[in-house]
Ligand binder design. Structure first.
Ligand code: UD2
Length: 301
């Protein structure tokens, strides 16, 4: 991808800033971010930062007006916060996406959107293929199911080139450890401080942990594929239990932390792992970073 005008919403955040890194040297990159959870320092040199909220239609349309390609990563990503404030979550996640899709229609730009495996909810079986029945269990999941469908409908109705990427559990540099953050950044933080690693419940719940560099690879493939108007799983196909994760993080960080069990989450998803057949076939996507390797490089940061 070169000589394009690229807009990355959420480009000061975790995943968006890594996409910006990958594109900034060969393209005009503009980041739209309100820096509510992102950081200005994450935006690479050479990229333009437009401060603004995706809920603001005028800001979004001005940012996308001359774009060839949009990566829409801006979102309220916390499942827990969506449970506390479902309306706010909808306004950011669904309303914000509609602003992006409308602006992209006007600009005739391709849109690659961040969907989520949260749209599957509690699956009948794993691995999860894209044809699995959707059954979101949180307002966040409902938001992502809606935007995943909007992407398809905008292609069918308006001929917009859209690709929805259903991210599994992403991790890597710049994922912040906090109350609302992903389990890997929390465990790593605990391991480094020598504090107890808090496994919620038995720890037999599973996830498909994908390194952010592989998420970026999937985005770059989605930006050029002919197979638009489609949704694709973006994971590794490897299923890891939370307890195994705790042990692996402890080992990778060479930590003395105890692994303790705390109360499990109500309505937690018991198993999650991606079937990558469709992504391999149509996007030519292939994950490259194993969990062990990804954790090791994260520890060395
Ligand atoms: C993640 C994403 C969410 C969505 C979803 C898709 C985050 C913060 N959330 O939700 O945006 O895309 O995936 O399914 O990235 N856990 C512990 N101890 C802790 C923290 C978590 O045991 O201190 C467990 C937790 O109970 C759960 C698992 O780790 O079983 C993963 O939790 P998470 O919050 O990282 O991610 P998830 O899958 O709920």
């Amino acid at each position: 991808i070169e000589d394009k005008t690229v807009v990355i919403t959420g480009g000061a955040g975790f995943i968006g800033s890594h996409i910006a890194d990958a594109l900034v040297s060969e393209n005009d990159v503009r980041v739209l971010d309100d820096c509510s959870t992102g950081y200005q320092e994450n935006v690479p040199e050479g990229a333009e930062l437009v401060s603004g909220d995706v809920r603001d239609e005028d800001v979004v349309s001005a940012a996308i007006e001359d774009a060839d390609l949009v990566f829409h990563e801006a979102a309220e990503v916390s499942v827990q916060r969506s449970v506390e404030q479902p309306k706010r979550s909808n306004e950011v996640n669904v309303g914000g996406t509609l602003n992006v899709l409308e602006a992209a229609r006007d600009a005739d730009a391709r849109v690659v959107l961040a969907s989520s495996c949260a749209i599957y909810g509690v699956p009948d079986s794993v691995p999860l293929s894209e044809t699995e029945r959707l059954g979101p269990r949180s307002p966040y999941g409902v938001d992502k199911a809606a935007i995943d469908s909007y992407a398809e409908v905008y292609h069918e109705q308006y001929g917009l080139e859209t690709v929805a990427l259903r991210y599994f559990n992403a991790y890597g540099p710049r994922q912040t450890a906090g109350e609302y953050s992903g389990v890997i950044s929390i465990f790593l933080d605990q391991a480094r401080r020598g504090e107890p690693i808090t496994v919620e419940g038995e720890g037999d719940q599973t996830r498909d942990f994908i390194h952010v560099s592989d998420v970026v690879r999937a985005n770059l493939a989605a930006a050029t594929t002919d197979a638009v108007g489609e949704s694709y799983n973006v994971g590794t196909g490897e299923e890891t239990s939370v307890l195994t994760l705790a042990e692996t993080v402890k080992r990778a960080a060479d930590s003395d932390s105890d692994i303790v069990h705390v109360e499990g989450r109500e309505g937690d998803i018991p198993r999650s792992v991606a079937d990558l057949s469709k992504s391999r076939e149509s996007l030519g996507y292939e994950p490259t970073v194993s969990l062990e390797e990804g954790l090791r490089t994260l520890v060395d940061e």
